[in-house]
Ligand binder design. Structure first.
Ligand SMILES: NC(=O)C[C@H](N)C(=O)O
Length: 649
């Protein structure tokens, strides 16, 4: 439906969709239909040459990737008992209104845009639409059949899809769920998004089941909160994955996290225990380390265990063992034969971790029966679960480029919040804060919960103000007060958003060092990266990109139109910053023309030359990094596509 003037009116995917009028364009090519998703509308509205006729919607979408590996949640009854049912999950969920809003999907053309395996939840309390895509594994597995290769496959799939989704849910059997969650927590290095493993005790297809609540709860958390951890969600509680363990075969309340309070509880409201959320203090990009060493094992001490059993267990190729000891890490100190076997193995380079058989508590050297194990060369495993200790060993021992000594040091260090060792004494007492005390006094408040509520309400805006002024000392003082500098204010704006707007490189670096999330979205759906781009802060864009920040799929899809508009107005600075932020310079705009085409059409050779220069710079860095052409690499393809595109030069 072309407009009579030199405007182009684009039809949205359905008649019920709002219509866009693209005004004052340089090109008058025929009208074409463009997909018009709500979040795409928001992007388009920021483009100077486009007028959005209908008001922009007041909600934003979050995308969650669901990896269905199997487990009871999707099982049906077969001749030999419950077994996974392939290709049934999506079909069944689509019929359940609380799992899928068909009307919204049809109106917004969800399936054409995201594919058939995609569903959308009804609007959440926080005005969010959670769009989720299900990736079903073949075959689906009872989790007793899971191997380390399956863990690696999950890890690689998350890595492959990391930039396209806000969060990840892994559907998994309960039997080995705690092992998978623990292993993933180590394999996922510098994680900035949430990964939630969940499943159920009763299949979702049965009338009375726990699968619906577990899956729905996991989706709601994954779509609404940036918790940069591998978690396990079960029976209304979100646990740190590497702290959890299966404790009940017959209850819906099947998991526990004996040594760490839950990260969140889903009662009437979902309450996140932000003080407990683990944040890696790193500025490195997310990556998955899928290699795991399989020469590891769990050995449980019992009265009367023979030295021959221990010797046989510790034989090569065994490289790492979790010894499950009594109480607070004790073993018989009158069994020289046993202790000699252990000592001989550690002398040979086998790493043996001392973990307790008790569900709760830590190993300590308070008994003579504990110190003998230290003398035998065992490493204290603090309060790690056996599942966490085993998968940590498997992960650490697979590292090729570090010495045995460095591996031992890694085992003793708290890598992903799996142990409390480094945390001792780190808790700050609210009551010690003079600032909080003064406020509490004037408000006559004394109870701890109220004090914490005041702190949490006041400190995000204060931290944002400090970030605006570049005042790292003030940020440090707030941190010492027990404030979480990663939290957002009433608009969801975090100090990192503010520092990104201000272009304050030092503050951005400081906040990233504290684990501030580059994926935090404010109420408008903006990330620190989109803020840094808007305010043209080049160095901050570079730093955020180094930490793994990226545009969303919608932002990337719309980048073409933005780049064309920048090319048309000869905005070289804008073009450079969008390119630095990861936009594809070849991406066509709404009319199928890329930025370079627009620059040529308006005869601006300076812009054409600048774009060529940007691309060749990218080519140098891209091809400098890769020895061989990788057809899946987007950056390489961007450069190749550009080189292959006739520029007319
Ligand atoms: N509840 C369950 O999911 C148990 C099942 N055997 C599994 O782990 O796959």
């Amino acid at each position: 439906m072309a407009d009579s003037s030199n405007h182009i009116t684009c039809l949205s995917r359905a008649l019920s969709q709002p219509t866009l009028k693209l005004a004052e364009c340089n090109d008058v090519s025929p009208a074409r239909t463009i997909p018009l998703h709500p979040c795409r509308r928001r992007m388009l509205s920021s483009c100077t040459s486009i007028e959005v006729i209908e008001p922009v919607t007041s909600y934003i979408e979050a995308r969650v990737l669901v990896i269905n590996t199997g487990g009871t949640i999707g099982m049906t009854l077969h001749d030999n008992g419950l077994a996974p049912q392939a290709n049934a999950f999506v079909k069944n969920l689509r019929k359940l209104p609380f799992f899928h809003d068909e009307k919204y999907a049809q109106e917004t053309g969800l399936f054409e845009y995201y594919g058939d395996e995609t569903l959308v939840l009804p609007l959440s309390k926080n005005n969010k639409r959670i769009v989720y895509t299900i990736l079903e594994y073949d075959p689906l597995l009872d989790s007793s059949n899971m191997t380390t290769e399956d863990w690696a496959k999950i890890g690689k799939d998350i890595e492959k899809n990391y930039e396209s989704y806000d969060g990840f849910v892994i559907l998994h059997g309960t039997d080995t769920m705690a092992y998978t969650a623990s292993a993933l927590s180590f394999m996922c290095e510098h994680l900035g998004k949430v990964i939630i493993v969940t499943g159920s005790q009763v299949p979702i297809y049965e009338m009375r089941n726990d699968g619906r609540d577990n899956f729905l709860g996991a989706l709601l958390i994954a779509g609404q909160f940036v918790i940069p951890e591998v978690c396990l969600y079960f029976y209304n509680k979100l646990y740190r994955g590497n702290r959890s363990t299966k404790v009940d075969t017959g209850s819906f309340n099947a998991f526990a996290s004996p040594n760490l309070t839950p990260l969140a509880t889903a009662e009437v409201d979902i309450t996140i225990n932000w003080d407990t959320v683990w944040r890696a203090n790193t500025t490195a990009k997310f990556q998955v380390s899928p290699e795991l060493n399989r020469n590891v094992g769990l050995l449980r001490l019992f009265p009367g265990i023979t030295a021959a059993t221990v010797r046989a267990f510790l034989q090569p190729p065994m490289e790492g063992v979790v010894l499950e000891t009594y109480g607070s890490g004790n073993a018989p100190d009158n069994r020289k034969d046993l202790l000699d076997e252990l000592k001989e193995a550690t002398d040979r380079g086998v790493i043996i971790m001392n973990c307790t058989q008790c569900l709760r508590g830590t190993v300590s050297a308070s008994y003579a029966t504990g110190t003998v194990l230290l003398d035998a060369g065992l490493l204290p495993g603090s309060d790690m679960t056996p599942e966490a200790a085993l998968s940590k060993l498997s992960y650490v021992l697979a590292k090729k480029d570090i010495s045995l000594d460095a591996k031992k040091k890694m085992m003793a260090r708290n890598l992903r919040g799996e142990m409390s060792a480094d945390l001792a004494g780190a808790k700050l007492c609210l009551r010690d804060s003079r600032f909080i005390q003064a406020i509490a006094k004037s408000l006559s408040i004394s109870c701890k919960e109220e004090l914490e509520a005041i702190r949490d309400a006041l400190t995000p805006p204060l931290a944002c103000a400090a970030a605006k002024n570049g005042d790292i000392e003030a940020l440090e003082a707030l941190k010492e007060m027990g404030s979480n500098l990663c939290l957002g204010d009433y608009d969801g704006r975090t100090p990192l958003h503010v520092a990104a707007c201000e272009g304050n490189h030092k503050v951005v670096e400081y906040l990233l060092g504290l684990g501030a999330s580059v994926y935090a979205k404010d109420r408008y759906g903006d990330t620190p990266l989109s803020n840094a781009v808007r305010f043209r802060n080049k160095e901050v864009v570079k730093l955020l990109r180094k930490t793994g920040a990226h545009f969303s799929k919608d932002e990337l899809d719309e980048a073409g139109t933005e780049l064309c508009s920048l090319a048309a107005s000869a905005d070289l600075d804008g073009l450079e910053i969008w390119s630095l932020a990861g936009a594809d310079l070849n991406k066509p705009g709404y009319d199928g023309q890329a930025a370079i085409g627009v620059a040529q059409a308006v005869g601006n050779q300076k812009v054409v030359a600048f774009l060529v220069q940007l691309l060749s710079k990218k080519a140098k860095t891209v091809f400098g990094q890769f020895n061989e052409y990788d057809e899946d690499d987007e950056e390489e393809n961007e450069v190749i596509k550009f080189i292959a595109t006739p520029t007319g030069l």
